[in-house]
Design a protein around this ligand. Structure first.
Ligand code: IMP
Ligand code: MG
Length: 182
């Protein structure tokens, strides 16, 4: 595969600084909350989640869970229906749940999953943290409680986000140039 040119949108340092701010906000909000459960949405959110949880300071330990959802195929356009390749969760009824997403784009994945959790577990509280928000792309309304960066309608890669399963490992957030994903 050829080398696509990837321009930096947010450097690793900028991302880490923003994550500390987000974690401080989350830590403050979750002070009085019993046994919060953090659910990462794979694959895209794993890098963000791994960095975020190491800066969250709550009186009680966090429980970390994962699901795998997808609404994109290999393309850069959302397919519209949410796939659930892995949706196994322990009994987390009536708990405080924080969902961690890589990006909220059309909003379909987040809306689907928040409604699923609401119906399945009647959480005491249910909030959403997303590394990125692309509000101009929203098709269904979703409120994101904690946003790392709000971005324009650009296709981004790195820091967990992929283009056809490539570039998740990049420590920065990039925009592809000279590529189909521009
Ligand atoms: P939504 O359901 O349309 O909100 O899409 C959410 C999912 O689409 C994310 O979890 C990502 O996997 C993917 N996605 C949306 N925008 C981008 C992007 O710019 N780069 C990489 N993946 C993206
Ligand atoms: Mg994803």
């Amino acid at each position: 595969m050829g080398q696509a040119k990837i321009d930096t949108l947010y450097s690793s340092e900028q991302i880490q600084a923003r994550i500390k701010e987000l974690a401080a906000e989350i830590s403050k909000d979750y002070q009085g909350m019993e046994k919060p459960v953090v659910i990462g949405v794979m694959k895209g959110a794993i890098v963000f989640l791994a960095d975020l949880i190491r800066h969250i300071k709550t009186p009680e330990p966090l429980q970390i869970e994962f699901v795998r959802l997808s609404s994109y195929g290999a393309a850069t356009e959302s397919s519209g229906n949410v796939q659930t390749p892995y949706l196994e969760l322990p009994n987390i009824s009536h708990r405080h749940i924080l969902v961690v997403e890589d990006i909220v784009d059309s909003g379909r994945t987040a809306k689907f999953f928040l409604e699923y959790l609401q119906g399945q577990f009647a959480p005491k509280s249910l909030r959403l943290a997303a590394f990125l928000d692309k509000p101009s792309r929203r098709v269904v309304p979703v409120d994101v409680d904690y946003v790392g960066f709000s971005i324009e309608d650009l296709f981004v890669v790195g820091y967990g986000l992929d283009y056809a399963e490539n570039y998740r490992e990049l420590p920065f957030l990039g925009v592809m140039k000279n590529g189909v994903a521009e």
